[in-house]
Every structure is written in structure tokens, then in C-alpha cells.
Design a protein around this ligand. Structure first.
Ligand code: ATP
Ligand code: MG
Length: 394
């Protein structure tokens, strides 16, 4: 039986005149994700997008696994194309296509939609006839219009009639690329990959920035970040990751700055360097995985000091979340197991024994001046390494 995937778009419907642009972007994103799996026709009509496989070898389970992760999709469902656009063909297709589901439930109802008004039966007739046919084939079933175990959908559209069962929940959000570019400061921890995912969900295209301090941090630590970003990229699409050599700066902080401000000065320098990379790459904001009160450098006072180091807006999507809530999302997007692999992050080398939890900005700025960091920042920027992150296994 020939199948297609029907996709319902969400919030983008609300966007008035921008709708067209949002929908075009979504279709482009779908095409990009599926291009390695065979040939498809993708078209939008009547508030749904149809994904029609053109090659016999295409594995629809695999296609669904990817479609599930595309932002801008509220629900998706597989649907059978009825061999002919006739009532007989619908009646033959429905019980056959949904056999496995119908066998295992007790109640159902049929909803029919006829967007092709030339089709000789009206929606209520199509629903009634299909329901009667299903009852004939599966006598154990009952119709329940209020709370059925399964809603059987029949849609008669321009070219074909379709039968589909349950619609599954899509990734929600808005299509990546409609919200501008921003730079995610990514560590190997639990939080920043979740923050990246959350902003991509709001349509942001990501650029990643990672600070590495060899030999205090290892090559494996950087590889772990690449592995995390590949998982994020399944949702956000491909991106560049810039690795910043941070050793000289961190060693200087340790040598020249008061210990109680180590972490804070380091975070401010991360912001300063990230801002320059971001501006150079066309990013309009920075993103971090900070959450209020989680550690000493994430108190309201500390965050105010960090923010002062950059003029770009800093997006912190996790700011009001509990650790467990963040962990739950990291499970959902499959980054958790990688995040807890035990490699050092540059944030965890040279950590002060007694960090200030209520730092005063002027003191931090004075302490930072002792390091005379500007030439080091420039050297770091001259020696960026770029890694292209894509979702393909290689
Ligand atoms: P995470 O789990 O994301 O590492 P965290 O709770 O451990 O977060 P910190 O280590 O204090 O918090 O880092 C706070 C934020 O700073 C991170 O969420 C991330 O956005 C950024 N950050 C930390 N380390 C790095 C790094 N090595 N490179 C780039 N950004 C970093
Ligand atoms: Mg960390």
C-alpha cells in the first residue's frame, strides 16, 4: 500500500503575512533533512504539508524519525493513498490499512474531510459509510463519538483520497532559520546542549562556540562537545563550531587575578570573545545554559557582572528551570548520556575555593584589568579552529 506523511503546521499559521515565508522555510528544512533518504515530492495545501516518497526503497519509519525532530511541525501522521479516488476504494483501504490498530481497540469513530467539493459524497456520508464498513470487518468494535480509542481520518483532497490513523506529536516550535542567528556557548555539560535545543526551537539558527584549555582539557573533551552538537543538529540543522584556545587566558587569570573572581573573570572573557565571534559570523545574540542560583557564577549578582561584559543580548532559556527539568529535556533529546561522560571542562580547572556569590561589578572590572587580556583575546581569535557539525555519521 502506498503511503505518505501528512504534516500539520502549528504556530506559523498565526503569523499573518509572514506565513508564506515560514511555510517555505519549513518545506526547505524538511527537504534538507530527507535529501539523503531518497526522492520526495513535498507540497503544501489546505494547511497541511504532504511528504510523498517517490522511491520504493524509502523507509518511512526512518523518515518519521527525522520528521519528528523538525521544528514548526505540530503533528504528523502516516496516511495510505487509496488506489482510486472513489468511495469503494476508501472503504476497501480503511479497514486494511488500519487493521493492526483496529484489531486491538474497542471503540472508534470516523472523521471525514472533503476538500475536493466535486467528490460525489459529502463528508458525513463518507464517515458513515466508512464506519459501517469497519464495523462489518471488525464486529467487536463499537462507535464512540466522544472518547474513541482511535479516530479514523478520511481525507478527500485534490488528487487523492487518504486514510490515516493517529496523528503523532511533532517537535512544535517554529522553523529553524526564521528567527535569525545566535551563538551558543557550548560546554560538555548537561545544560548548554539543552539551551541550544530550546533556542533552535524558537527558530534560531545556531553557531557554536567552545572554549578549550589544553592540556588542562583533553582532545576527548572537545570530541564530546562535537558528539553533543551532532545530537542537537538533528533538531537545529548543521552548524559551525568555533573552538577558542583559552589556555593562555586561563593561566593568566590564575597568575594575576584574585582567586575569588577567577570564574567570574573567565566568564566575562568568554562573553567578550564570543561577542566578537558572533558579530563576525552575523549572530545577533549569545546563548548560555545558565540557570539562576545553580552555582556561584549563576547568582543574580554574578550574572549581572557577566552580562556587563557584552553588548549583545544574552539568551538564557534555562534561567528559571530546575536541574531535574533540564535533565528531563536532555533525556528527550538524547544528550544526557553523552553529557555525563567524565571529561574536564575549562570551567572546572582553576576553580576558586571560595568564589564570591555577591560580586560587585566595579571590583570585578578592576580585578580583570590586572590581567591585561586584550592581546591574548586577539591571539585567541586569530587561532580559532572551525569544525563543521552535521548530522551524518562519519
Ligand atoms: P553546562 O552543563 O552547560 O556546562 P553548567 O551548569 O556546568 O552548564 P557552567 O560550567 O558554569 O555551568 O557554565 C555556564 C554556561 O557557560 C554553560 O551553560 C555554557 O553556556 C557556558 N560554558 C561553560 N563552559 C564553556 C566552554 N568550555 N565553552 C563554551 N561555553 C561554556
Ligand atoms: Mg559546565
Amino acid at each position: 500500500m502506498k503511503e505518505i506523511i501528512l504534516v500539520k503546521v502549528g504556530e506559523i499559521v498565526l503569523k499573518g503575512l509572514n506565513r508564506r515565508q515560514f511555510e517555505d522555510k519549513l518545506i526547505k528544512n524538511i527537504k534538507k533533512v530527507l535529501r539523503h533518504m531518497g526522492r520526495f515530492e513535498i507540497k503544501s495545501a489546505q494547511s497541511a504539508i504532504s511528504i510523498i516518497p517517490l522511491d520504493d526503497f524509502i523507509d518511512l519509519d526512518e523518515v518519521c524519525e527525522h520528521v519528528r525532530k523538525i521544528f514548526g511541525i505540530v503533528t504528523y501522521s502516516r496516511a495510505a493513498i487509496c488506489p482510486e479516488k472513489t468511495l469503494e476504494s476508501i472503504l476497501e483501504t480503511a479497514p486494511k490499512y488500519l487493521e493492526e490498530e483496529l484489531k486491538n481497540i474497542k471503540t472508534f469513530k470516523v472523521e471525514a474531510k472533503r476538500s475536493d467539493k466535486k467528490f460525489p459524497y459529502k463528508s458525513p456520508e463518507i464517515a458513515r459509510e466508512t464506519g459501517a464498513e469497519i464495523l462489518r470487518e471488525f464486529p467487536h468494535l463499537k462507535v464512540d463519538v466522544h472518547n474513541p480509542d482511535l479516530v479514523v481520518n478520511v481525507e478527500v483532497r485534490d488528487f487523492n483520497a487518504y486514510v490515516r490513523g493517529k496523528a503523532l506529536k511533532g517537535a512544535g516550535g517554529i522553523p529553524v532559520g526564521t528567527g535569525g542567528n545566535a551563538a551558543i556557548l557550548i560546554s560538555g555539560g548537561i545544560d548548554s546542549p539543552v539551551a541550544a535545543y530550546m533556542m533552535a526551537k524558537r527558530g534560531i539558527r545556531l553557531t557554536a562556540i567552545h572554549f578549550a584549555s589544553p592540556p588542562y582539557t583533553s582532545e576527548r573533551a572537545e570530541q564530546k562537545v562535537v558528539k553533543l552538537l551532532k545530537k542537537v543538529a538533528l533538531y537545529s540543522g548543521d552548524m559551525n563550531m568555533y573552538t577558542v584556545p583559552f589556555t593562555e587566558i586561563q593561566e593568566t587569570i590564575r597568575k594575576k587575578c584574585p582567586e575569588e573572581y577567577f570564574t567570574l573573570i573567565m566568564r566575562r572573557l568568554m562573553m567578550k570573545i564570543s561577542e566578537r565571534i558572533a558579530r563576525d559570523k552575523g549572530c545577533l545574540a549569545l546563548i548560555t545554559g545558565e540557570s539562576l542560583g545553580q552555582v556561584a557564577s549563576q547568582t543574580i549578582h554574578a550574572l549581572a557582572c557577566t552580562d556587563n561584559a557584552t553588548d549583545l543580548p544574552v539568551f538564557r532559556p534555562l534561567i528559571g528551570m530546575d536541574k531535574q527539568e533540564i535533565i528531563d529535556i536532555s533525556y528527550d533529546i538524547d544528550t544526557f548520556e553523552t553529557s555525563i561522560e567524565p571529561y574536564e571542562d575549562c570551567c572546572t580547572v582553576f576553580t576558586p575555593k571560595h568564589p564570591r556569590t555577591k560580586p560587585v561589578l566595579e571590583r570585578v572590572i578592576d580585578a580583570e584589568k590586572l590581567g591585561e587580556f586584550e592581546p591574548m583575546i586577539e591571539r585567541a581569535l586569530e587561532n580559532l579552529k572551525v569544525t563543521y557539525i552535521n548530522t551524518r555519521e562519519d
